[in-house]
Ligand binder design. Structure first.
Ligand code: PGA
Length: 254
């Protein structure tokens, strides 16, 4: 059964308690747009406060450690995120892969830990501009996904989301061409069907991310196999974020 479009805000390292009013506005607006599933991943410090405010939207984290607890200064476990009210975690974002040297095997271990703690996961993948220019975007993304996806995920259609984010489109104002997005999403779909079977594979949502904004959301979200968006910059104000959510709602109705 096709799921509702999933629009997830990745606040990155933005937001103090002053942003709680924005989260509240997003939550109230999401209550009026129930055909779209809306979620935000604020910085860790805001997970619990947003959870307390939110009646409709889910709150999640932008990363977690692969161990439950221990001597890991500055890290946070999936269980701690769940304890704070988090329902999901974004894993393998290119900014983590780049600035924290995260490799596929580590991301896979984090995914296992998050699932064990009862969180849903959003697993990110995407190619650099050099890889795309070399004509290796599809093989690169498939390799990344194959190596970072855990083997067995119970109820994967519900608990796993994949986010395709070409690195050169993140925060740059450039979006991938519609044909390229459609081609990549179709390839990811094939991989998910191979990995999770004909029953589950078609129902796992694949988000697009990279400079999504209200003006381009409709055409991107109307593409086959695009099940939602992972939104950075444009998720920081309720106006632009909910503009994207509304475009998603319109795209599924069209
Ligand atoms: P952007 O970020 O929307 O600001 O390009 C997307 C992301 O990094 O998830």
């Amino acid at each position: 059964m096709p799921q509702r479009p999933y629009i997830v805000g990745n606040w990155k390292m933005h937001g103090t308690r002053a942003m709680l009013s924005e989260a509240r506005t997003i939550d109230r607006a999401a209550q009026r747009h129930m055909k779209v599933e809306v979620a935000i991943a604020p910085p860790y410090t805001l997970i619990h406060p947003v959870h307390r405010e939110a009646e409709q939207i889910a709150v999640g984290a932008q990363d977690c450690h692969d161990q439950e607890s221990g001597a890991y200064t500055g890290d946070i476990s999936a269980a701690m995120i769940a304890d704070a009210g988090g329902k999901f975690v974004i894993l393998g974002h290119s900014e983590r892969r780049d600035a924290h040297s995260e490799k596929d095997a580590k991301i896979c271990a984090k995914a296992d830990a998050a699932l064990d703690a009862g969180l849903r996961i959003i697993l990110c993948c995407g190619e650099s501009e050099a890889v795309r220019d070399a004509g290796r975007a599809i093989s690169h993304v498939k390799k990344q996904l194959n190596a970072s996806l855990p083997d067995n995920i119970e109820n994967a259609a519900e608990r796993l989301t994949v986010a395709y984010e070409p690195i050169w489109a993140i925060g740059t104002g450039k979006t991938a061409g519609l044909d390229d997005i459609a081609e990549m999403h179709a390839e990811i779909r094939k991989l998910l069907v191979d990995r999770f079977g004909d029953e589950t594979g078609p129902d796992i949502r694949i988000l697009y991310g990279g400079s999504v904004k209200p003006e381009n959301a409709g055409e991107i979200l109307g593409l086959p196999e695009v099940g939602g968006a992972l939104v950075g910059g444009a998720s920081l104000t309720a106006d632009s974020f909910m503009g994207i959510a509304m475009a998603a709602g319109d795209a599924v109705e069209a």
